[in-house]
Design a protein around this ligand. Structure first.
Ligand SMILES: C[S@@+](CC[C@H](N)C(=O)[O-])C[C@H]1O[C@@H](n2cnc3c(N)ncnc32)[C@H](O)[C@@H]1O
Length: 241
């Protein structure tokens, strides 16, 4: 069964004005991690994988929601991120690149839950990455930013989004899992000034950065960008075999 819940198509979370305080640059990802963990149907897992774990947002949410797990394998392609992951007797951190066959063959476990939040938009070949994830566990819960993130910004600059469309994401999961469910959430992050807004894009690391604009193009974009907020769109996926 492949369904999209129409009631959630337009769920928009509006954030109060962007503030410069602690962790502001991860405000959206933190919210996404929280919503993802809130969707888990069970309070008890033997062994969980966290793909693109970063500094442990999912671990933090699992602990604060008091979801029990015997072991959590936290996987990331950045050694610096892995070093910042909280340590716990139940946690193993491991270098892992979801674009590399060698990373998948180094995984010897079969997970009862595979999680991934705000990371898989950077897969080079999403269909392939998802097919590999389906081999390491039958149950996947994840959240992926879509190409509608920064939609108006991309339209104003006449550039294409570097990340996958919601349709491409759904196609990748439908190919590798028997049961899939999708929900689209949209978020808005408000700024006091265009300068703050453009600084956020630079510092947040969510822009993809493939198509760098020249100084002149950036100036024009800052002048013409019509919004005082940034748009984010995330597809939440539940998939099982
Ligand atoms: C935006 S962060 C999200 C981190 C965390 N999951 C969260 O929800 O806060 C994206 C993470 O994906 C990791 N990442 C990017 N490309 C990757 C790859 N090819 N293989 C594994 N991890 C990758 C980055 O190192 C980073 O830690």
């Amino acid at each position: 069964m492949n369904t999209t819940n129409p009631n959630n198509q337009n769920a928009i979370k509006e954030f109060s004005r962007f503030s410069k305080d602690y962790n502001s640059y991860n405000q959206i990802q933190a919210q996404v991690a929280k919503q993802l963990i809130n969707k888990l149907p069970s309070r008890n897992y033997k062994i969980i994988a966290d793909i693109g774990c970063g500094t442990g947002a999912l671990y933090d949410r699992l602990v604060s929601r008091e979801i029990f797990f015997g072991r959590l394998v936290a996987l990331d392609a950045s050694e610096q991120m892995l070093l910042l992951h909280p340590s716990d007797q139940r946690v193993v951190t491991q270098y892992f690149d979801f674009n590399e066959p060698g990373s998948f063959s180094s995984i010897k476990d079969k997970f009862d839950l595979v999680l991934s939040s705000s990371a898989l938009q950077w897969s080079r070949d999403l269909g392939w990455t998802i097919s590999q994830l389906a081999h390491i566990g039958d149950n996947f819960y994840g959240a992926i930013f879509t190409s509608n993130t920064f939609k108006t910004l991309h339209e104003t600059a006449s550039v294409a989004s570097p990340i996958y469309t919601p349709e491409e994401i759904k196609k990748a999961f439908d190919k590798s899992y028997k049961n899939t469910q999708y929900e689209i959430y949209r978020y808005k992050l408000y700024f006091d000034s265009k300068k703050d807004l453009f600084n956020y894009i630079k510092k947040s690391g969510v822009s993809g950065g493939e198509q760098k604009l020249s100084y002149k193009q950036t100036k024009t974009l800052m002048r013409e960008f019509p919004l005082d907020y940034l748009e984010f769109e995330v597809v939440f996926i539940e998939a099982s075999n």
